[in-house]
Design a protein around this ligand. Structure first.
Ligand code: ATP
Ligand code: LTN
Length: 328
């Protein structure tokens, strides 16, 4: 029996944070043996916010290296760059014609990003979830591992697929979301009401952050005045730190509470900093090694694009036939 298929992607829009790592990448690694995995660097999505061209190129290479450094084995999975497979943009156009303005207007990421980039509320930012739906549906994906913030985008993807299938018969497989238990929602260390994001370096720890700076950020992270380590309703800052510790060490909230009974925030933060460093340092070493071999990275993404295109083209042809296009 063939394995079920996974698709997911990350935008090359900034330095990866431990939010991206714990919410997405770390879960991907755990699914690699059980599923057929396809992971993309979604550069088409990234330009919905203005990017510097040279930086964008560098970040795409760096993201591929970070995927591999985190444990995504290119011999077991497919890693490719979204713009190398034209079917993504092509299917996105078609799906645009099966998506309603009203549905897109409800997307919280759109509302959030348009308020943060008020000078550039472009049509791409608005139709971003349609391109994401195309990414997922092209591969007849079973499972989409993402962080909690992408839940709404997965729902609209399913709505679009269902609408298309209702009109034309079963073309797309209905994908399910996969959101991990710990780390699905890593919050900003300075402002635990906001998610940790690539664009707020003060409150976030980068995957490639230098250890001394990561320790400093953890020491400065917001806490509260209660003075004990316990996961409890309403303690946003503390719950966030406990979740990070749990996601990194594999310990449950109860185990963490026991570990720090009778101890203060200083001890907890010290243990957290050590755990984060222990998780990041092998990734950083592997990353350095990989960035020194650009030819290897090129081989990985070229091979990935060839395989991804073979699947995507098949779905695209099915869609073209259904819509009534003459196949070229
Ligand atoms: P940007 O800030 O540029 O919008 P981002 O940091 O949200 O980007 P994406 O490329 O949009 O990153 O997301 C990549 C993956 O990381 C997605 O699966 C997303 O759900 C996950 N992710 C992003 N931020 C967090 C977070 N703070 N906690 C958990 N998962 C996250
Ligand atoms: N929108 C996602 C990135 C993304 C994605 C996808 C994730 C683009 N296409 C397909 C899963 C499947 C985000 O994390 N911001």
């Amino acid at each position: 029996m063939s394995k079920k298929r996974i698709f997911s992607g990350i935008q090359p829009s900034g330095a990866l944070t431990i939010g991206n790592y714990l919410g997405a990448l770390k879960n991907w690694v755990q699914l690699v043996d059980e599923y057929e995995c396809i992971f993309s660097v979604v550069d088409l999505h990234a330009i919905t916010v203005r990017q510097d061209p040279e930086e964008l190129k560098q970040r795409c290479m760096a993201l591929i290296a970070q995927y591999i450094a985190c444990g995504i084995d290119p011999d077991k999975c497919t890693i490719f760059i979204q713009s190398h497979v034209p079917a993504h943009a092509e299917l996105a156009w078609i799906l645009n014609c099966y998506t309603y303005m009203g549905e897109l207007e409800r997307m919280t990421q759109f509302k959030d990003k348009s308020s943060r980039h008020a000078d550039n509320i472009n049509a791409g930012l608005f139709t971003y979830p349609v391109l994401m739906a195309a990414d997922i549906l092209l591969y007849q994906t079973d499972l989409v591992p993402v962080g909690h913030d992408q839940k709404q985008h997965l729902e609209i993807c399913r709505d679009i697929a269902e609408r298309f299938n209702r009109i034309y018969g079963p073309v797309f497989k209905m994908p399910e979301g996969y959101i991990g238990k710990m780390g699905a929602r890593v919050m900003d260390l300075q402002n635990p009401e906001k998610k940790m994001s690539k664009s707020e370096p003060q409150g976030s720890i980068a995957l490639l952050e230098d250890p001394a700076s990561a320790v400093k950020k953890i020491k400065r992270a917001q806490t509260d005045s209660l003075g004990y380590v316990k996961y409890e309703e309403g303690r946003l800052a503390m719950n966030n730190l406990i979740s990070i510790y749990g996601a990194v060490t594999g310990k449950t909230a109860d185990e963490i509470e026991t570990e720090f009974t009778g101890k203060g925030y200083g001890d907890f933060k010290k243990a957290l900093a050590e755990a984060v460093q222990a998780e990041l340092s092998p990734i950083q070493a592997k990353y350095k090694e990989l960035m020194a071999s650009p030819h290897y990275l090129q081989e990985v993404y070229r091979k990935g694009a060839r395989y991804a295109a073979s699947i995507a083209e098949e779905t695209k042809r099915k869609v073209y036939e259904k819509v009534g296009y003459i196949l070229g």
